[in-house]
Design a protein around this ligand. Structure first.
Ligand SMILES: NC(=O)c1ccc[n+]([C@@H]2O[C@H](COP(=O)([O-])OP(=O)(O)OC[C@H]3O[C@@H](n4cnc5c(N)ncnc54)[C@H](OP(=O)(O)O)[C@@H]3O)[C@@H](O)[C@H]2O)c1
Length: 255
């Protein structure tokens, strides 16, 4: 019999791991949660903490051969996919001229190309009323100096997710783009390799638990965009109504 499953990429850490915990508690009718990331040992540790059966898929989502194997696995298993959550991603702060080009293209490969590829691979298996949750970012709302490639990639994720939802709505499949500001995860260990985040980050940071709870609630409500904190909701509004050149000017004074 076909299994009811959820798939989570980036499940070895941060928000992906938190989604696994919350889905495990909320969706008791799932047969399996498929956990994807490169660090297999962390996925194994996570799976021991979950009630739901898991399938551990150690995979680099930007590796062509490994993603082809993922297509093959889906084709073999023919699952009933209830939920796809794309969390795999990373960001690097710093000026475009200061970050090695391979690193910047790596961000595009994981945050943009791989997310598109994994989503495409999963489309045939999504059931009626299935949900897709895509981790974008509040960085998607506005071009950001010293975070240029990351912000541009997240704008893609937001735009892609909203368009995809319009395409999938007739099939009763709903897509939510999650756009948090800074979240307390391992993200910044890597992000600060070539530059530094704004000090403001510390004051605006929220927990992964809170972002995920809101994302699952908004996904249930069929919302296209999930923004966790009132501050980031205000930021989204400001980027919609004020000229971006004016916001850039104000942001020059933020530390
Ligand atoms: N933290 C924030 O402030 C923040 C804010 C807005 C949006 N986001 C977005 O939220 C998502 C989750 O980030 P997080 O904060 O939870 O960071 P995190 O704790 O660093 O988790 C990132 C996850 O992505 C996985 N990953 C990275 N590259 C991968 C690859 N090539 N193949 C497979 N998996 C890969 C990592 O697993 P492995 O290393 O084991 O592969 C890890 O599980 C990202 O898309 C990030 O851009 C984060």
């Amino acid at each position: 019999m076909k299994k009811n499953i959820a798939i989570i990429t980036g499940a070895s850490s941060g928000m992906g791991m938190e989604f696994a915990f919350q889905i495990d508690c909320l969706f008791t009718k799932l047969d399996e949660i498929w956990l994807i990331a490169r660090r297999e040992e962390r996925l194994i540790e996570l799976s021991k903490l979950l009630e739901t059966k898991t399938k551990i898929i150690p995979m680099d989502v930007s590796n062509k051969e490994q993603v082809e194997d993922f297509y093959t696995l889906l084709n073999k298993e023919q699952p009933k996919l209830r939920m796809l959550i794309n969390c795999a991603g990373y960001g690097l702060m710093g000026k475009v001229e200061d970050i090695p080009i391979e690193e910047q293209l790596g961000m595009v490969d994981v945050n943009v190309r791989a997310l598109t590829n994994i989503t495409y691979a999963c489309l045939p298996y999504l059931t009626k009323n299935a949900r897709i949750i895509q981790l974008a970012s509040a960085a998607a709302f506005l071009p950001q100096k010293n975070f240029a490639v990351y912000a541009a990639g997240k704008s893609y994720v937001l735009s892609f997710s909203r368009a995809l939802e319009e395409e999938l709505k007739p099939k009763h499949i709903y897509v939510t783009a999650v756009c948090p500001g800074p979240v307390d995860t391992a993200f910044f260990d890597k992000a600060d390799t070539y530059g530094h985040s704004l000090l403001l980050k510390e004051k605006t940071m929220v927990s992964a638990d809170r972002v995920v709870k809101k994302a699952l609630h908004d996904s249930y409500k069929k919302k296209q965009v999930s923004v966790c904190s009132p501050l980031m909701q205000a930021f989204m509004l400001v980027t919609k109504i004020l000229p971006h050149r004016f916001i850039f000017f104000v942001m020059r004074f933020l530390k």
